[in-house]
Design a protein around this ligand. Structure first.
Ligand SMILES: *Cc1c(COP(=O)(O)O)cnc(C)c1O
Length: 641
C-alpha cells in the first residue's frame, strides 16, 4: 500500500506582504488524496483569518520503509487558575526531568515569540542549536495513523495535531522534552511533553488576548548528534498510533490513576513496556506488518494449518449450520454436537477415557488446577511453567511448592520433605520459552512412589513431538499416562480453546467444579469445527510433523554454523541475549530486515535472560530459514560486540 505526504500552505497578501493564514499536513493512501486535498483547499479559501490568495499543495510519495510508527504519548490535563500556577507546574516537571534551570529555560520563551518555528535549546548550556534562529525548526512529515482513513474534514483538530507533533518531537534522538505555549490570542492552554511524563496539558500558561507563544525543544545530548536530531525532526516520516480524537478530562492531581501511570512509566524506563504488533494478513509463513512483507518466525501455528483450505471450509460450514455465537455456558444452552464430537476425538487422540473443552488453554489450566487443588494438598510446580499454571495454583486452595526447572532431584527432595502428602506434580510438556522437554518418565516414577497425581500441559508438544505429533507420551513411548493431559487448540490446531483429557472421574468432576468451565459462554461453532478439522488433518498427515522437525533441524544447524549456539528438539528455539534493551533492539533490527521474531522479556522470563524466541513451522521453506539464520546471526553478533 503506497502512502503519500500531502502538505498545504495558504497565505494572503496584506499591504504587499505575504501573511500566513493556514497550514496542514497529512500522510494518506492514494485513494484518500483527492478528498483530503479538497477539504484542505476549502479550509484555505474560507479561513477565519481571511481568504487565501496563494495556496500551495505538495504531494510526495513515501517509501514504506522510510516510515516509522510510534505510539501517541499518554495525555493528561492539569487545571490551573492562573498562568503563574501553570508555569510553576512546568518548572516542577523540568525538575523531575533533572533540570534545575527551569526558570532560565522559561525566560528563553521571549526569543521564540517572533519565530514561526521552534527553538532547539541545549537544556544544560541554554545555547540555541537551530541553524536558522530567525525561522526556527519545523517538525514535519507526521500524521496520526487512521486519521487518514477517517472522513476528511476542513476543520482543524488542534488537539490531535499538537499531540502528533509532540509525540514525534520527544521521539527524536536526545530530545528531553517539548514545551509549547500557543500564539493564538484566544487560546491559553499549553503543554509540556516528554517520554517519561507523557503529554501534559496545562489549562493556563498566559493571559487571554496575548499573542505571545512559541515552542522550545529541549536537547540533552552530545554535540555531534545534533544534526541527527534535526534530521529526525525535519525529515523522518512518522505515523503516530492510537491518537485519541478528543481530550478526556483527566487530571494529574494525585489520584488512584497516578499509581497506575507511575507503574507504566517504570515499565517504559526498564524496557519492559509491551506493545502489540499488528499483522494485516493471515498468519502464514509470510505476513504483512506495517505495510511490508515479513518472514514470520514467531507464530505458534506450528503446522501451518491456519490457512488450510479444509480448516477454513469447516469453519464456514459450521457457521452456515449453527450460526456464530454459542449463546450460553456448556451447562445451560451452550452445548452443541460439535462440542461433544470434538471432546470424543480429543479423548481418542490422547487415548484417555474422556475429555472436556475450555474456552482457552489459559482457562483450562486455571479451571483444572483451581478445582483439583484442595485445601491441605500440595501442588509441585516447575519454576518455568506457563503463567496460566501459575495462576491456576494461585487460585487453588492448595499450597504450591516450586521446584527447579526440570530438576528431578530437586523435585524428589521437595516431595520427600512433605511426604506423606496429597497433591500433584504439574509441568509443561514442552516449555514455552526454553523449548526443552519435561522429564516425564521420571516425573511419573516419582509420582507413583509418593501417590501423587501428575498433570502435563501439551500446548507446545501436540503436533510437534512424537513420531506422529501425539505429544510427550508418544515422544517417550510411555505406556503409562499422566492423570491429567491438558492441551490447547490454539497452537498446532490453528483454532482457539483448551482441553483436559483423562479419566471419566476427572472429567465428571471438572464439569461440576471448574469455574472457568461453568461460568463462561462456550466456544462458538466456527472455532470448534476448525479445531476438529485440524485434528483430523494432523491424524491423516503425520508427515507435517516430520516437515516441522526437519525445518527445526535445518534452522538450528544454520544458526549454529553461523556462530550462534542453537539447539532444540521442539519448534521453539530460544537465543538468550540477556539484557532487555538489547533484546528489544535486536528484535527491531530483525524486523527492519523483514524477519519477525519475538523478543521475550520479564516477567515472561527471569530478568536479565531476555531472549529471542524463534518459532518454526512446517510451512517454512528450508532455504528461507537458512537465509534468515544467517541474517539473524549477523545482527546478533553486531549488537553483542
Ligand atoms: C499458550 C499456552 C497456554 C495457553 O493456551 P491459550 O489457548 O493460548 O490460552 C497454556 N500453557 C502453555 C504452556 C502455553 O504455551
Amino acid at each position: 500500500m503506497s502512502l503519500y505526504s500531502l502538505k498545504m500552505r495558504a497565505s494572503k497578501n496584506t499591504d504587499g506582504q505575504s501573511e500566513h493564514i493556514s497550514g496542514a499536513e497529512k500522510i494518506l493512501q492514494e485513494k484518500e488524496l483527492s478528498a483530503n486535498m479538497e477539504a484542505l483547499l476549502m479550509r484555505a479559501l474560507h479561513h477565519a483569518k481571511g481568504e487565501a490568495d496563494f495556496v500551495n499543495m505538495k504531494i510526495e510519495a513515501l517509501q514504506p520503509d522510510e516510515l516509522e510508527y510510534i505510539e501517541a504519548l499518554p495525555v493528561s490535563t492539569i487545571p490551573v487558575e492562573t498562568a503563574a500556577e501553570g508555569r510553576q507546574i512546568i518548572l516542577n516537571y523540568l525538575k523531575k526531568l533533572g533540570l534545575e534551570n527551569g526558570k532560565e529555560i522559561m525566560l528563553k520563551f521571549r526569543e521564540t515569540y517572533p519565530m514561526r518555528g521552534a527553538m532547539l535549546l541545549d537544556a544544560t548550556s541554554l545555547e540555541r542549536l537551530e541553524p536558522d534562529t530567525n525561522r526556527g525548526l519545523r517538525a514535519t512529515y507526521m500524521d496520526a495513523e487512521h486519521a487518514a482513513g477517517s472522513n476528511p474534514s476542513n476543520c482543524k483538530n488542534h488537539f490531535q495535531e499538537a499531540l502528533v507533533l509532540a509525540s514525534k518531537v520527544v521521539h527524536a534522538p536526545h530530545i528531553l522534552a517539548e514545551i509549547c505555549i500557543s500564539d493564538d490570542p484566544d487560546y491559553v492552554t499549553g503543554y509540556i511533553a516528554a517520554k517519561d511524563i507523557g503529554y501534559v496539558r496545562i489549562t493556563k500558561l498566559k493571559e487571554p488576548g496575548s499573542g505571545d507563544g512559541g515552542r522550545i525543544f529541549l536537547y540533552r545530548g552530545p554535540k555531534d548528534r545534533i544534526s541527527a536530531c534535526i534530521h529526525y525532526l525535519e525529515q523522518q516520516h512518522v505515523l503516530v498510533q492510537h491518537v485519541p480524537t478528543s481530550i478526556k478530562m483527566q487530571t494529574n492531581v494525585p489520584d488512584s490513576w497516578s499509581i497506575i501511570r507511575e507503574q507504566l512509566a517504570v515499565k517504559k524506563r526498564e524496557h519492559l513496556y509491551r506493545k502489540m504488533t499488528e499483522l494485516s494478513s493471515a498468519q502464514a509463513d509470510h505476513v504483512i506488518c506495517q505495510g511490508r512483507d515479513h518472514l514470520l518466525l514467531a507464530s505458534n501455528n506450528y503446522l501451518g494449518l491456519i490457512e488450510h483450505p479444509k480448516v477454513k471450509q469447516a469453519a464456514k460450514a459450521a457457521i452456515d449450520r449453527y450460526g456464530c455465537g454459542s449463546g450460553g455456558s456448556r451447562l445451560t444452552t451452550g452445548t452443541l454436537p460439535l462440542h461433544r464430537r470434538l471432546e470424543m476425538k480429543l479423548a481418542d487422540f490422547h487415548q484417555t477415557e474422556a475429555a472436556l473443552l475450555f474456552n482457552t488453554g489459559y482457562m483450562a489450566n486455571v479451571g483444572i488446577l483451581s478445582a483439583l487443588g484442595q485445601k491441605g494438598m500440595i501442588i509441585f510446580s516447575d519454576e518455568l511453567n506457563h503463567a496460566s499454571i501459575i495462576d491456576g495454583c494461585r487460585l487453588s486452595r492448595a499450597k504450591t511448592v516450586i521446584y527447579r526447572h526440570n530438576d528431578m532431584e530437586d523435585l524428589q527432595k521437595k516431595i520427600a520433605a512433605c511426604a506423606p502428602c496429597q497433591g500433584m506434580i504439574v509441568s509443561d510438556a514442552v516449555f514455552s520459552m526454553e523449548g526443552d522437554i519435561a522429564n516425564l518418565p521420571v516425573i511419573l516414577e516419582i509420582s507413583r512412589k509418593y501417590h501423587l497425581l501428575t498433570m502435563v500441559d501439551e500446548a507446545h508438544s501436540l503436533g510437534v513431538i512424537g513420531q506422529s505429533g501425539h505429544g510427550i507420551c508418544e515422544y517417550f513411548r510411555l505406556q503409562e499416562k499422566p492423570d491429567i493431559l491438558m492441551g490447547t487448540l490454539s497452537k498446532s490446531l490453528a483454532s482457539e480453546g483448551g482441553y483436559a483429557c483423562g479419566s471419566q472421574l476427572l472429567i465428571e468432576y471438572l464439569q461440576n467444579a471448574a469455574r472457568s468451565f461453568i461460568f463462561s459462554t462456550s466456544q462458538s461453532p466456527a472455532v470448534l469445527a476448525s479445531a476438529e478439522m485440524a485434528l483430523e488433518i494432523l491424524r491423516e498427515s503425520p508427515e507435517l510433523v516430520g516437515r516441522l522437525q526437519k525445518n527445526r533441524q535445518v534452522f538450528c544447524e544454520a544458526l549454529s554454523s553461523a556462530g550462534i549456539a542453537a539447539s532444540s528438539r521442539t519448534a521453539i528455539i530460544p537465543v538468550v541475549i540477556g539484557d532487555e534493551q538489547t533484546a528489544v533492539e535486536i528484535g527491531k533490527k530483525l524486523a527492519s530486515n523483514g524477519i519477525l521474531v519475538s523478543a521475550i522479556r520479564y516477567p515472561t522470563v527471569p530478568k536479565g535472560t531476555a531472549r529471542l524466541r524463534i518459532a518454526i513451522s512446517a510451512a517454512h521453506k528450508p532455504d528461507e530459514l537458512i537465509r534468515a539464520a544467517k541474517t539473524m546471526a549477523k545482527i546478533i553478533k553486531q549488537r553483542q560486540r
